[in-house]
Design a protein around this ligand. Structure first.
Ligand SMILES: Cc1cc2nc3c(=O)[nH]c(=O)nc-3n(C[C@H](O)[C@H](O)[C@H](O)COP(=O)(O)OP(=O)(O)OC[C@H]3O[C@@H](n4cnc5c(N)ncnc54)[C@H](O)[C@@H]3O)c2cc1C
Length: 416
């Protein structure tokens, strides 16, 4: 009988490892501490709005190869929607200007030569400066190698990097910025079509993954918080869930796919990122659909990105620690005033909800990036997964799924 693979944590990292292994005929057991899968990427019923919303609006780009492969395997790529081109409407709250950035699909970015396609107020030459980021030395910040000011920065590079890194770009790791740019902006428009889970994150990423795992003989157990490992020399020998314990067979591998603080509590000698950044989302229920495009980038506002769903308008604000202590009502009123202006809807405040994820992602700072651990551990049957492990990417869906796939590859190659 082939060994059972035990996966701790049913976020995207744990689920993608489970899906990859289950697809290869391996038997997986997933243990999730809470009553729901998805971790930081999930939908839930919100009683205040009486509707299903996401913990945060998540933007995926068409060039996110691991995410696309995961969705193909679980059969839900069509649950992501977006334009068939790399087009991004923007609105500048200070000047009232609107424009749409429209990149061509091919690898040669001739769109920057066309002033109707590029950012207003920029010249084609400005875009060449982005190459400096691609050559940045490890340990450098974006601000060390790139002039974080000027129209192109304010209207494109800054908002793009802030969203991708969830960290103020001047202080953020240039290596992580470069990794994102290399796979998207510098790889041709077909790699950055914006994609949104129109019917919710769980419907696209989570529920089909759970169904896939069960259909392939795996099992996902909820309410199972791992309290401790039992070790036998260089091997994990038991999983302690408090009320229950699982004794591992000699060759049972384990993937630990929990957030960094939980991983450090279970493996005290593990070095993990210790600084985090918040993301704030505001959701506004609408009586009738707004005419706003599915996603709008916002310049010079508290709002950074506005997402239009059929029944609500939703706002994302990254690196939002400054807003954690603002009273919720005050925040809702302030954000709605901007939203009403951007979307051209009536100013009366509709039913709203504010979701603040305090530890949304690790801070993408050079010294935090430097301490992300590799997937292999000192224990021969234990590997790590999670957006905070050393994926080379910032904490994103793509990074989380890539880490899950990597853990699955390592398990397949483990000498256990
Ligand atoms: C508000 C918000 C907006 C975001 N926007 C974007 C975006 O636009 N684009 C993008 O690409 N990414 C975005 N992200 C990042 C993305 O959501 C994460 O990178 C990804 O979901 C992390 O997945 P993970 O599996 O690594 O970790 P998690 O999702 O944290 O999963 C870990 C799981 O482990 C469980 N767990 C914890 N401890 C234990 C234990 N002891 N035993 C068992 N289980 C345990 C947790 O309950 C959780 O389910 C956003 C994140 C947030 C919070």
């Amino acid at each position: 009988m082939s060994p059972r693979i035990h996966i701790i944590g049913a976020g995207l990292a744990g689920l993608s490892a489970a899906v990859r292994l289950a697809a290869r005929g391996r038997t997986v057991s997933v243990y999730e501490a809470t009553s729901q899968a998805g971790g930081r990427c999930r939908s839930f019923h919100d009683p205040a709005l009486d509707m299903v919303i996401d913990n945060g609006n998540h933007l995926v780009l068409s060039g996110n190869a691991a995410a696309m492969s995961f969705l193909d395997t679980i059969g839900s790529r069509d649950r992501l929607r977006g334009p068939a081109t790399a087009s991004f409407p923007f609105f500048d709250l200070a000047s009232g200007e609107r424009w749409t950035l429209r990149a061509n699909d091919g690898p040669i970015p001739w769109w920057v030569l066309d002033r109707h396609r590029r950012v207003p107020g920029t010249r084609a030459w400005d875009y060449v400066s982005m190459l400096q980021l691609l050559r940045a030395p490890l340990g450098a910040t974006v601000g060390d190698v790139f002039e974080c000011s000027g129209t192109l920065y304010d209207r494109l590079i800054g908002p793009f990097l802030l969203a991708a890194l969830n960290t103020e770009p001047p202080q953020a790791s240039a290596a992580l910025a470069a990794a994102v740019i290399r796979e998207t902006l510098a790889a041709g428009g077909r790699n950055y079509h914006p994609l949104i889970a129109q019917d919710g994150l769980s419907a696209a990423f989570i529920d089909p993954a759970l169904q896939f795992i069960e259909a392939h003989g795996g099992h996902v157990a909820f309410g199972q918080r791992l309290r401790a490992f039992g070790f036998d020399g260089r091997r994990v020998a038991a999983l302690d869930f408090g009320d229950t314990a699982v004794a591992l067979d000699n060759d049972d591998p384990v993937i630990l796919a929990v957030p960094p603080a939980a991983a450090a509590a279970l493996l005290p000698q593990l070095r993990v990122p210790t600084e985090f950044r918040a993301i704030v989302n505001a959701h506004f229920k609408l009586d009738r659909p707004s005419a706003a495009p599915p996603i709008t980038g916002v310049i010079n506002g508290t709002v950074e990105w506005l997402f239009a769903f059929p029944d609500r308008l939703s706002v994302t604000i990254s690196s939002a620690d400054r807003l954690l202590d603002t009273p919720r009502e005050e925040l809702a009123v302030k954000i709605w005033a901007e939203v009403a202006n951007i979307a051209g809807v009536a100013p009366a405040l509709p039913p709203w909800q504010i979701v603040r994820e305090r530890r949304a992602t690790f801070a993408a700072l050079p010294h935090q990036n430097a301490i992300r651990p590799a997937a292999r551990t000192n224990w021969r049957n234990l590997v790590l997964a999670g957006d905070w492990t050393a994926t080379g990417l910032p904490a994103t869906i793509e990074g989380a799924i890539r880490s899950g796939f990597r853990a699955a590859e390592l398990i397949d190659g483990l000498d256990v």
